[in-house]
Ligand binder design. Structure first.
Ligand code: ZN
Length: 239
């Protein structure tokens, strides 16, 4: 991969190998078929003349060469061997590789991403310069955290003591045009919590069976406010 432009790289593919892979599945034979093939440690062959299916054969010009002798294997024998030794799977057959193609060049565009720390500060800055500035005061730092069993449910958690916003690392490991609106809403959400008085915070975060109407109102505001500055944020981050 070679440098091509600030956000692009040139990729050269030197070889594309094409081959055919076919499973030789022993279980696929019908009940009447007994003959599996002739085998030795190195080779595998199928005889087409029925006379030969029960006798050893020699492959190659020299019958005394190493690995020239091949012995017939019948399916019941192989099945019994598999059961006894608890090993022996199906066989995979590969064709020769087909000729490769000349160098293939292409220009690829890099996906523009920023760290959650950079994106988070930009979201805060935009909110603090919006008409809702009073609801988003304070300084914040961002920490990625694996939410474990809540990996797909939770987006973020606020530590009110020092304004640390813990972000779900599965969702926000890096921030791009694809997840910036969810990210901005999550940051706005936690920032709103930080600006609540403790009583309201307690009311809004108290787990309630079903739904918590106060918390839903806060969530709606976070979404609306962050959406109103989203273009500004995207612009600043180069998305
Ligand atoms: Zn909340």
């Amino acid at each position: 991969m070679a440098y091509h432009g600030r956000t692009t790289r040139k990729v050269t593919i030197k070889e594309i190998a094409i081959y055919i892979m076919a499973p030789y599945g022993f279980d696929a034979f019908g009940p009447d078929v007994r003959y599996l093939g002739h085998f030795n440690k190195k080779h595998f062959a199928l005889v087409t003349d029925g006379e030969w299916v029960n006798v050893p054969v020699y492959a190659g010009a020299d019958a005394h060469a190493k690995n020239a002798l091949m012995r017939p294997v019948a399916i019941p024998h192989y099945t019994a061997w598999r059961q006894k030794h608890n090993k022996g799977g199906d066989m995979l057959l590969f064709s020769e590789r087909l000729p490769s193609y000349p160098d293939l060049e292409m220009v690829v565009k890099l996906r523009n991403t920023v760290t959650p720390q950079v994106a988070g500060q930009e979201v805060i800055r935009a909110l603090q310069h919006s008409q809702y500035a009073d609801d988003y005061k304070g300084q914040y730092q961002f920490v990625l955290q694996d939410f474990g069993e809540y990996a797909t449910a939770g987006t973020s958690v606020l530590d009110r003591v020092d304004g640390t916003i813990r972000l779900n690392s599965n969702l926000f490991f890096d921030v791009s045009a694809e997840n910036i609106s969810m990210f901005a809403a999550a940051v706005a959400h936690e920032t709103l919590h930080q600006n609540q008085n403790p009583l309201f915070h307690y009311r809004d975060t108290l787990p309630l069976v079903g739904h918590n109407p106060w918390h839903e109102k806060l969530d709606d505001k976070a979404l609306t406010d962050s959406a109103s500055v989203l273009d500004e944020i995207k612009n600043a981050l180069g998305f």
